[in-house]
Write a protein that binds this ligand. Structure first.
Ligand code: ZN
Length: 180
């Protein structure tokens, strides 16, 4: 099994799909940095035993941000990867406050693997808010974002990776300190 080839293919594909996308922070990091950070966290948490979860991490924002059809992901990387990506994809047709509310409300229903991915995504977002928040964000907005992220993570429940949970709470604390 050459799973690592598929993981690299997914990284290559993600770099192309998100080529013109930047993080919203002042540093304007290439978006692929976020995808690789999240993929590295899930690979570490799953001790390299779940290549499909790593692939899903690399592609987790492709539908939401680049409007890549689910079918394209399923055809290239299989149904398992496509359904993991769907589990962490917000419905952009809904207004933002509704999407944020739904993330909290639906968190506990996700599969354990999607929870790992969700948690890693939130850690990466906390790191960004601590190190390079969007320039126009006020202190209140940053604190509000951290508080909302905490409520999503709490809503995931207890059956999540303990070391990722700890990492999230450290990252959230740092983001709050940096805002003040
Ligand atoms: Zn993300």
């Amino acid at each position: 099994m050459k799973e690592w080839i598929n993981v690299l293919k997914a990284a290559d594909t993600a770099a192309k799909w998100h080529m013109n996308q930047r993080r919203k922070g002042a540093n304007q990091e290439p978006y692929v940095n976020h995808l690789i950070e999240v993929a590295t966290m899930v690979a570490t948490a799953s001790e390299g035993r779940d290549p499909n979860l790593v692939i899903a991490a690399l592609l987790h924002d492709a539908i939401e941000d680049q409007k890549i059809p689910r079918e394209v992901i399923a055809a290239e990387f299989g149904e398992d990867v496509a359904s993991l990506v769907m589990e962490v994809t917000d419905d952009k047709a809904l207004p933002k406050p509704e999407r944020k509310r739904l993330q909290v409300e639906t968190a506990h229903k996700k599969t354990p693997r999607a929870k790992v991915l969700k948690l890693a995504d939130k850690i990466s977002n906390m790191n960004s808010v601590a190190l390079s928040p969007p320039e126009h964000w006020s202190v209140e907005r940053r604190l509000e974002y951290v508080a909302w992220s905490r409520s999503v993570v709490t809503a995931l429940g207890d059956d999540v990776d303990a070391s990722l949970l700890e990492e999230f709470s450290r990252a959230a604390n740092r983001a709050e300190l940096a805002a003040r």
